[in-house]
Design a protein around this ligand. Structure first.
Ligand code: SF4
Ligand code: SF4
Ligand code: SF4
Ligand code: FES
Length: 928
């Protein structure tokens, strides 16, 4: 693909009305509101420009884009002038050419003449424009006042700022404000003294900057430029692929020199991100070539033995033989595996098929068990589909936005930028979270209501909101009558209307003043299009599924399902957690969420897979651990997950892993789980994969290889080879072949293929005969299950209660710069922002314990203890402490419990009773 995509100068307009203009003799029709510059570009006429770019609103500062318009005086800027019916424009004549040359002369008189050694050489818009206007001389010379001696700011690990090259076009300032929504930059000074400044901070690193890279991308010169480009030079080809971090699923362009990534740039065509990215996708890809990366298979007899490097053939034969030996000794159901939500759909499909058809049982589960399994369950019960209802751009039409148990600016940053933009445009915002997340108050965004509830009281909160909707007559009766099961609705309405569910009655439970709950409920029910976005703060509870159903009930009762701007939107954690669920990773479901117990479904798979399949649902992850400790589950394949670190109650998990006869781990790095493994199989990074990821809006995106697998094998080839060696032949030629099989056996993927995705960019499932172009918004004409199903949501307090010994509640979350257990991000310069996990504690609780900011503290629960550094902050309320789990040394999951969601066993990570005290032993935390 080409390296630079065409820049139309100003954003597209989508007004239905069309306007006809003539530009240099060409007549073109464009939507009203389109700029003259964009209309010209659409007609193939590129007007010189510097301060304009098509992902930012026009600014009109550089005066390079001047045109003449018949009947109008002067030479207006084409970027800020909208087209008008019948307008006739001239973009080039001797007068305009002279004016443009004059502008360029002024710019160049204050610019270093170092083009040959400049890192942007070949990718510099200033250089291009000097060529475009035919600049041949600079009448003012170079000896006057200039900025050439100014010092560079190299504080950010990924990009630098060289003020000597700045033309003060303000594209960076506008990108930070309009696209990212951080408002970290400003133009300080006036006229010749104008400078770009990171607020009042001395440098970028010390500022509010979150290193998203939007300013770097917007900069037309080498002023803001990636350090990797400075180091390596300009890329020579690009591969369009998908970010391997969070569930937003940003489309990125890997810009390459041969097999070396020079930089990763967000793709303007990306359906999920429309040209934006965050610090992880944009910059944190260095882990793929980190020295810790394992590239060869290794085996050992005992976990205390040293590893022995072997060839792939030996590793595969050994793995197959040992799995069969375990089955011969302990029975066919004594082995199983876990699929990875970081892998492609094709790899996941291959692993679950290896287990179901090769191992001959359904002992397959996925890390989605520990994050969003309640979403799958709850939305299937209520609406009939285990997925969110909207696409991301739906938020552009929302009037009221509820964010519950999610921290989008940290976990789903590119979506957060979109959401913040909508709030800046006037949408109302309700945050339901124990912690004052950034959205509660950040530049130009503040929540209208922050319902700061006690951890573990989500169901009570949802019931209180529903109580207000029902008892104050705010139900959308038409919607409910037409779309929902009337008997279930009546039952639910009677249930939530009970006094015990009123905000007043529940005030002592949730800790939130009833008046705020009432106001927020009224706003949600009557404020126009209302959308709910939620995350792991909803699902990772003992009543995670109940809260999801409560949210779904609320949306139905208020008619907020089935159109743009509304809906129930789970913000998925890992890049392919939606895909791993879709691909049949749960022990009771084949791909497309069809029950293994269903004879007709099983028969279909038996025909395609050519073998009889087990009708009995297999073990969930916690059951695998329990049965391992009871001696019934003895062999396991762990695909791309570090369960020893990411699953709750670490001591229990490691005891179970130790009890296995045979453990195989496939990963990029020798992770914590690999310490208990007998075989280690190296995995491929996203830069080597050839497949698809499915993001939180059900969007199937292509993952294209920027290089061949560094291990020599694709991961799906490994699964296929193990199954084949175990006596069940699995043969594919490519990832495209696997997708063809997925499409054959999965109705919601019927029209999906690599060819199709390469043509259209991405597709949102279901892709069926009825919806051949996919389904951005679900349940438009009716719920997938038929009538919407209201489910009663009785609040049952968690058994994890505070006591005299454990008086505080620990809740956990993420930080922007790190990802999950940190295996990838800790191996990048992202450690500059988060070298260690810290414990947030309220000043009052800290004072009671004699804790000062930065002290090492002991964090103890009924399960175990760890130590970490304290940060005193009012972000958490009194009685609640908070930490992240990105660094293995912290061992945050040593303290979390075995409690889990009643329906899905999703662990209750978000509520652990703890005590915090000054630590006696201080350990040193070192970033890898
Ligand atoms: S840093 Fe780049 S984008 Fe920002 S004002 Fe200077 S030249 Fe323009
Ligand atoms: S990197 Fe992003 S947050 Fe930082 S200044 Fe640039 S646009 Fe703003
Ligand atoms: S981590 Fe998420 S938001 Fe950031 S670039 Fe990747 S997909 Fe986009
Ligand atoms: S591009 Fe129009 S004024 Fe700069």
């Amino acid at each position: 693909m080409t390296l630079r995509s065409k820049d139309f100068g100003t954003p597209a307009r989508s007004d239905a009305a069309s306007v006809s203009v003539t530009i240099d003799g060409h007549t073109i029709s464009v939507p009203a509101g389109t700029s003259v510059m964009r209309a010209a570009a659409q007609a193939g006429i590129m007007i010189p420009k510097l301060c304009a770019t098509d992902h930012l609103e026009a600014f009109g500062s550089c005066r390079l884009c001047l045109v003449e318009i018949s009947g109008r005086k002067g030479t207006p800027a084409s970027c800020t002038t909208p087209v008008a019916e019948g307008m006739s424009v001239c973009t080039n004549n001797p007068r305009l050419a002279a004016l443009r040359k004059g502008v360029m002369e002024l710019y160049i008189s204050d610019h270093p003449l170092d083009c040959l050694t400049c890192p942007a050489n070949g990718d510099c818009e200033l250089q291009d424009m000097a060529g475009a206007v035919g600049l041949r001389q600079v009448r003012y010379g170079f000896a006057g006042d200039n900025h050439l001696a100014e010092a560079k700011d190299t504080s950010n690990p990924y990009f630098q700022y060289d003020p000597a090259k700045c033309i003060v076009c303000s594209r960076c300032v506008r990108a930070c404000a309009e696209v990212q929504g951080t408002f970290a930059l400003n133009v300080a000074g006036r006229g010749f003294e104008s400078r770009i400044k990171p607020g009042a901070a001395p440098d970028f690193m010390g500022s509010e900057c979150v290193s998203c890279g939007a300013c770097v991308q917007a900069c037309p010169t080498a002023t803001l430029i990636e350090k990797s480009v400075v180091r390596l030079g300009q890329p020579e080809h690009a591969v369009e692929t998908t970010c391997a971090y969070c569930g937003v699923g940003c489309s990125l362009r890997a810009e390459m020199q041969g097999d070396t990534v020079v930089r990763m740039v967000p793709s303007k065509q990306g359906g999920a991100n429309a040209g934006h990215s965050c610090v992880k996708g944009r910059f944190a890809w260095g882990y793929a070539s980190h020295k810790d990366r394992q590239l060869q298979p290794m085996i050992r007899d005992q976990i205390t033995d040293p590893w022995r490097v072997v060839e792939w053939d030996e590793a595969i034969a050994h793995t197959a033989r040992r799995f069969r030996e375990v089955q011969e000794k302990h029975g066919p159901r004594a082995i199983g595996g876990i699929t990875s939500s970081r892998c492609t759909n094709e790899e996941i499909y291959a692993v679950q098929k290896m287990i179901r058809a090769g191992f001959g049982n359904n002992n397959v589960d996925t890390c989605a068990r520990v994050c969003h399994s309640p979403t799958g369950y709850g939305l299937k019960q209520t609406y009939g589909t285990s997925a969110g209802t909207q696409d991301f751009k739906s938020v552009d039409k929302a009037d009221v936005i509820i964010v519950m148990g999610a921290n989008p600016t940290a976990g789903h940053p590119v979506f957060a930028s979109r959401l913040k933009r909508r709030v800046r445009q006037g949408a109302k915002l309700v945050v339901i979270d124990p912690r004052a997340i950034d959205l509660v108050k950040s530049p130009h965004v503040s929540a209208d209501y922050h319902l700061q509830l006690q951890p573990g009281t989500n169901v009570a909160m949802v019931n209180a909101l529903a109580h207000v909707v029902v008892t104050e007559g705010l139900v959308k009766t038409d919607f409910v009558a037409q779309r929902c099961d009337p008997a279930n609705f009546r039952q639910w309405a009677d249930f939530v209307a009970q006094d015990r569910h009123s905000p007043e009655a529940l005030e002592n439970v949730t800790g939130v003043p009833a008046v705020l709950v009432r106001q927020a409920a009224r706003l949600y029910a009557t404020g126009g299009n209302a959308a709910i976005y939620y995350g792991l703060g909803v699902t990772e509870h003992s009543q995670g599924s109940t809260t999801v159903m409560g949210i779904a009930n609320l949306a139905m009762a208020t008619g907020n399902v089935g159109r743009d701007g509304v809906g129930v939107n789970p913000l998925r954690g890992q890049n392919n957690v939606q895909g791993s669920c879709d691909m049949g990773s749960f022990p009771h479901e084949f791909s497309g969420y069809r029950e293994v117990k269903d004879d007709a479904v099983r028969a279909l798979f038996e025909v395609v897979w050519g073998r009889e399949l087990d009708a009995e649902p297999g073990l969930r992850i916690p059951n695998m651990f329990d049965q391992a400790l009871h001696g019934q589950y003895k062999g396991m394949f762990v695909h791309g997950e570090d369960i020893a670190q990411s699953d709750p109650n670490t001591n229990h998990v490691t005891a179970a892993l130790e009890a296995l006869d045979f453990l195989v781990v496939q990963d990029l790095f020798l992770n914590e789980t690999a310490a208990y493994a007998h075989v280690f199989l190296p995995g491929t990074s996203f830069l080597e994969k050839d497949g698809t990821f499915t993001n939180a809006e059900r969007r199937i995106n292509r993952v294209r290889p920027a290089m061949a697998p560094r291990t020599g094998w694709h991961e799906w080839q490994v699964a296929a080879a193990i199954a084949t060696a175990m006596g069940y032949p699995m043969h594919w030629q490519s990832g495209a072949d696997i997708m063809a099989e997925i499409a054959r056996v999965t109705p919601s993927f019927k029209g999906v293929s690599f060819d199709r995705l390469d043509k259209v960019g991405s597709l949102q499932w279901p892709v069926t005969d009825q919806a051949p172009d996919g389904t951005p918004i679900m349940h438009v004409d009716g719920f997938v299950r038929g009538k919407g199903n209201f489910v009663l949501t009785e609040f049952v307090p968690t058994t994890e209660q505070t006591s005299r010994f454990f008086p505080l509640i620990l809740t956990t979350g993420r930080i922007l710069s790190q990802y999950n257990v940190g295996a990838q991000t800790r191996r990048t310069d992202n450690v500059a922002w988060h070298p260690e996990d810290v414990l947030e504690i309220h000043p009052h609780d800290a004072e009671l314990r004699g804790i000062a900011c930065g002290d090492m503290v002991s964090l103890a629960s009924r399960m175990g203890a760890t130590s970490l550094r304290a940060e005193i902050t009012e972000r958490v309320p009194q009685g609640v402490v908070y930490t992240t789990f990105h660094h293995p040394v912290t061992g945050a999951n040593v303290v979390t419990t075995d409690n889990s969601d009643w329906a899905t066993n999703c662990p209750e990570y978000k509520v652990t009773a703890v005590q915090v005290s000054i630590a006696n032993a201080v350990h040193t935390l070192v970033a890898e």
